[in-house]
Design a protein. Structure first.
Length: 380
């Protein structure tokens, strides 16, 4: 019994034998498994972008005191300068003042996504060199720094939009499928009308009235993105609502919300979870498209779509378009591969294929040996 319990834990959490089989099937898809680790590594690096690409040092030790410019702005007078404004650590004068009585630790890339390099050897956009690994854009800003920050914004936007879209879409589909009747009919007609709204034109009109930002775009896109999950959840609730255990729960007086979200919803979450990576990739693509046409994030923001737009406007600088294209292609490919692996993990045909191992049979209450087939009996 202790051996089964040891095998029924994952990352310190107790899991069921079915969950363990799903994890095994996910690992069996090597492409999706390694895509998940590569994507997590890229996302983790982008989360700490300030420690990777910044025009401020990570730590400054001056006259025995320790300063963290990456978290707090210090005036130039702190390091023996003249001005009360924030110190420009890239200025040779300030760097010399600190070097006399201390030292600094810089990030690997000494440029923020907003930093303009005024000392370029040639006009911007400049080609890749030892200081700018992927060159600069048409405003003399480092492409690698903008790529890291733009990747983080795209992923966070997609994750937040997918999270709230899932909550709204699953709730709407559950209400439709569970109650049916006029509620389902009227809700379906509303979705048909609402999905026919020209989202792009609405964004263009609203962008002329209010300057878009991260949360503004998130709210506008949330008004339309939740509908992609309604059909999946609705179909599952329509199928399950007349099962015997649902009728028994109603007869026992269990409230409808409890039946919907505790007993019926777990059956619909399998199809929903397999759909989420594709919803995430669609959200990222939408933000990239809006930035490309100029109706996305505010000007100057780190954006993959804005990088593609710069590549289109500066054909003499192919590193801009190629960098944006390969980054977006890699990111979306990883998400698609992860989605395929999740789909395989939850596929019932692969989940119950073959004879379960002895440990799983014991943990699931199954007999230790299966009944022999007639062919096996004849062989004996």
């Amino acid at each position: 019994m202790s051996v089964a319990v040891a095998h029924d834990r994952f990352l310190g959490f107790a899991i069921s034998p079915i969950t363990r089989r799903r994890l095994r099937n996910f690992r069996a898809n090597r492409r999706g498994f390694w895509s998940l680790w590569i994507f997590l590594a890229m996302f983790l690096i982008s989360l700490f972008a300030e420690f990777v690409a910044n025009d401020r040092p990570i730590i400054v030790v001056y006259d025995g005191a320790v300063y963290m410019p990456i978290f707090k702005a210090y005036p130039e007078t702190t390091f023996g300068g003249t001005f009360e404004t924030e110190a420009d650590y890239r200025d040779p004068f300030v760097a010399d003042l600190i070097a006399r009585r201390g030292w600094m630790v810089w990030p690997p890339i000494r440029f923020h996504y907003r930093t303009v390099d005024w000392d370029l050897p040639q006009p911007a956009p400049s080609p890749p060199d030892a200081e700018h690994w992927l060159g600069t854009d048409d405003q003399a800003r480092d492409v690698v720094a903008r790529l890291i920050y733009g990747f983080r914004i795209s992923i966070l936007f997609g994750l937040v939009l997918t999270f709230f879209s899932t909550i709204i879409g699953v709730t709407a589909g559950a209400v439709q499928g569970y109650f049916g009747g006029w509620i389902d009919l009227l809700f379906q007609r509303f979705i048909e009308i609402w999905s026919g709204m020209p989202v792009l034109y609405l964004l263009i009109i609203l962008a002329s009235v209010v300057e878009p930002n991260f949360w503004w775009l998130l709210g506008i896109m949330l008004l339309f993105s939740w509908m992609s999950l309604v059909g999946v959840v609705r179909a599952e609730f329509l199928r399950v609502r007349n099962f015997d255990y649902v009728r028994a729960a109603r007869a026992l007086g269990v409230p409808d919300p409890v039946i919907m979200f505790r007993h019926v919803l777990p059956n619909a979450m399998v199809a929903t979870l397999t759909f989420l990576p594709f919803v995430l990739s669609g959200s990222i693509t939408t933000l990239t498209a809006l930035d490309f046409i100029g109706f996305g994030l505010p000007p100057g923001s780190a954006s993959l779509g804005e990088l593609l737009a710069q590549g289109k406007a500066n054909l003499q600088a192919p590193w801009l378009a190629l960098t944006g294209f390969f980054t977006i292609a890699l990111m979306l490919s990883l998400l698609v591969f992860i989605g395929e692996a999740v789909r395989d993990a939850f596929d019932p045909r692969k989940l119950f294929a073959g004879t379960p191992p002895p440990a799983e049979r014991a943990a699931g209450g199954m007999p230790p040996t299966s009944t022999p087939t007639p062919a096996q009996e004849r062989a004996r």
